[in-house]
Design a protein around this ligand. Sequence first.
Ligand code: ADE
Ligand code: ZN
Ligand code: ZN
Length: 309
Amino acid sequence: MRSLSPLLILLSTPTVHSWGELGHRTVGYLAEKYLTTDATAMVTELLVNDKGYDISDAALWADSVKRRTGYTHTRVWHYIDAEDDPPTQCGIKYNRDCKPKKGCIVSAIVNMTSRISSPKLDSTQHKEALMFLIHFLGDIHQPLHTEALDRGGNDIHACFDSHCSKKENLHSIWDTQILHKSRGLPASESDDKVLKDAAQTWATELFEASSLRVWNWDTVAECKDLKKAEDCALKWAGESNKLVCGYVLERGVEWIEQNDLGGEYFEGAVPVVDEMVSKAGLRLGTWLNEIAGARRRVGLLREQERMEM
Ligand code: ADE
Ligand code: ZN
Ligand code: ZN
């Protein structure tokens, strides 16, 4: 039996709980701007269909299936629970923090990277591996996806712009609220068209600003060797985790719980989020370019492209 089309899966999706929809869509659109011809062809071949499914839709798929029968084992792939001690002590230890057998975001990135260019797998498996990868490269840049404390902040109740209901927590504020406010969207915005437009605009701004940024872009993009996927994913996770101590939980859990995060805390979070979404987009683009090269080498190219060579 054919699996359900991704679009249908998306249409039945409850709200997402990783970088929210805006963050993931922006990472997708930003990565797209860095793609080579081969990588663009790979994304088009595996993901884009006649229903207008694009890279930003693909970026949401992993969240839409994680509670679905047959996919619940993938839930732990969205994060790595560093058992460190923020805000005084941060750090990831792979053997300690990545669950044996079950895995984590680091091992998932390693696995999906090799699956996309494995000639032993079929095109549906390649497609799912690509969609997982596009999503996980986003999640790994959300600092709280690299932290065990209170389930990555999910159990830290917090207020944002006087919204203090049960559903506000530190994790969701970093997945969604900070991004929406920063981009001028209402907290409750969920219309796909509005979020896609906002993501396109944000991706364009980040792309244009990237050459002016203070961080070193060569260093950001230096992970190119697919054989070193584990080192790369650990490096990315380590950078995110450092921000847990460096900003996200810097003031301590008590302060977070007692103050509205929509003010000065939000202002300080905006450059952090811009930096992490920029890095995620550039790294995803770079990584997909390498994967497209690997697929070409093992002969996983469409007939048509092979004939054009
Ligand atoms: N569940 C447990 N830990 C988590 C984390 N760090 N991020 C998201 N969900 C989680
Ligand atoms: Zn996720
Ligand atoms: Zn999340």
